[in-house]
Design a protein around this ligand. Structure first.
Ligand SMILES: NC(=O)c1ccc[n+]([C@@H]2O[C@H](COP(=O)([O-])OP(=O)(O)OC[C@H]3O[C@@H](n4cnc5c(N)ncnc54)[C@H](OP(=O)(O)O)[C@@H]3O)[C@@H](O)[C@H]2O)c1
Length: 329
């Protein structure tokens, strides 16, 4: 079968589409024909050897997937023909990824493809929407009526946060560097939108929502953004740290943190056990379906153009970049 392979010593110069042998599956695994794969910055970090704890090459990158079961597991939980998505959990296999025509995936990490969603929509959702759910509601304890600021709001996780938080009745302040994307974010449910680099950002936000500050910031950007995020918090406010696209080190304004009794929490989507991931997925799909929300996909590419798809992901995105894989059967 065809698959994207990162060979030793890693990096894009050693990553290419090639014919690979499908490994032997285990009884607790399901053989899935992969139809679509949502790309994530973590896939790129893994290829470049920058993902802490990631596998050593050779490996097949790719985490998200939507596909069809070819061969079920030994318990009979999954049957040939079932349409499934791969969830991200503490047992997800980062060595044998999804950017290939077929893969053995753990039965406990599969969920049924949501009814009415296309393959591309379903493949776009798991990692980004599970992360958003964790950052907003598990770690962030966001409730209806509270205000959340989302940095990097036009990205995969950012848009998921905007959609899920507004669906639950929270007030969403979305930050994006692009005026065009800010307008789109407002149409998707953000109450207020701002440019993150405006010198009076805090004053702008406080004049829009009140000077008491916000309950939660989902920090998708990191680096210098974290200090601003802490300044935006109200008393007992929380920051869910998800991403670090703008830098891996930040300054923490200690007086602001201390006097507000605020907290900063790291979020890792693969922290969830398979049962926890299944229950979050079920809840988020129900919420999205009840509000008729679908994952936002900004572009699709065929598997043969997977490098181009990754370049798009590293550039200008609004939602998810998805790779489609034609059936080889
Ligand atoms: N902790 C976890 O479990 C977990 C899970 C998923 C993702 N992540 C991480 O979370 C981050 C976001 O993921 P994603 O999938 O949403 O990424 P994405 O789709 O690439 O989007 C990120 C957004 O952040 C903004 N951005 C990008 N580079 C920036 C920079 N240098 N400075 C300021 N803003 C920048 C962009 O928004 P504008 O152009 O509109 O400003 C972009 O749309 C990544 O670091 C990813 O690795 C972590």
């Amino acid at each position: 079968m065809k698959g994207l392979v990162t060979s030793s010593p890693g990096g894009w110069q050693n990553t290419r589409l090639e014919q690979v042998d499908l490994r032997v599956g285990r009884p607790e695994e399901v053989l899935v024909e992969i139809r679509a794969v949502g790309l994530n910055p973590a896939d790129n970090f893994q290829i470049e050897g920058k993902y802490p704890g990631g596998p050593q090459p050779p490996f097949l990158p790719g985490r998200d997937a939507c596909g069809v079961v070819i061969q079920g597991d030994s318990t009979g939980r999954w049957q040939p023909g079932d349409e499934v998505v791969a969830l991200q959990t503490s047992t997800s296999n980062l060595r044998d990824g999804t950017l290939c025509e077929q893969q053995w995936l753990a039965a406990e990490n599969l969920a049924r493809k949501p009814r009415g969603w296309s393959d591309v929509e379903a493949a776009a959702a798991p990692l980004a929407y599970q992360t958003a759910w964790k950052a907003l509601f598990d770690v962030g304890a966001l409730e209806a009526g509270q205000t959340v600021v989302v940095t990097g709001a036009s990205g995969g996780v950012g848009l998921a946060c905007v959609q899920l938080a507004s669906a639950l009745g929270a007030r969403v302040v979305a930050l994006s560097r692009s005026e065009e994307k800010r307008q789109k974010l407002q149409r998707l449910g953000a109450s207020h939108v701002f440019a993150p680099d405006h010198p009076q950002l805090k004053d702008q936000i406080f004049s829009a929502i009140g000077a008491k500050g916000v309950s939660l910031v989902v920090e998708n950007v990191g680096g210098p953004s974290l200090a601003t995020s802490i300044h935006l918090l109200g008393v007992h406010g929380r920051v869910s740290v998800v991403g670090l696209l703008a830098g891996v080190e930040s300054v923490v304004p200690l007086p602001s943190l201390m006097f507000k009794r605020a907290s900063i929490h790291g979020v890792l989507v693969t922290d969830d056990s398979p049962p926890k991931a299944q229950s979050s997925w079920k809840a988020l799909v129900e919420l999205m379906n009840s509000k008729q929300i679908r994952p936002i996909v900004c572009a699709t590419y065929p598997l043969d153009s997977v490098e181009k798809a990754f370049k798009h992901l590293g550039g200008d995105v609004f939602g998810k970049v998805v790779v489609e894989i034609p059936s080889a059967m």
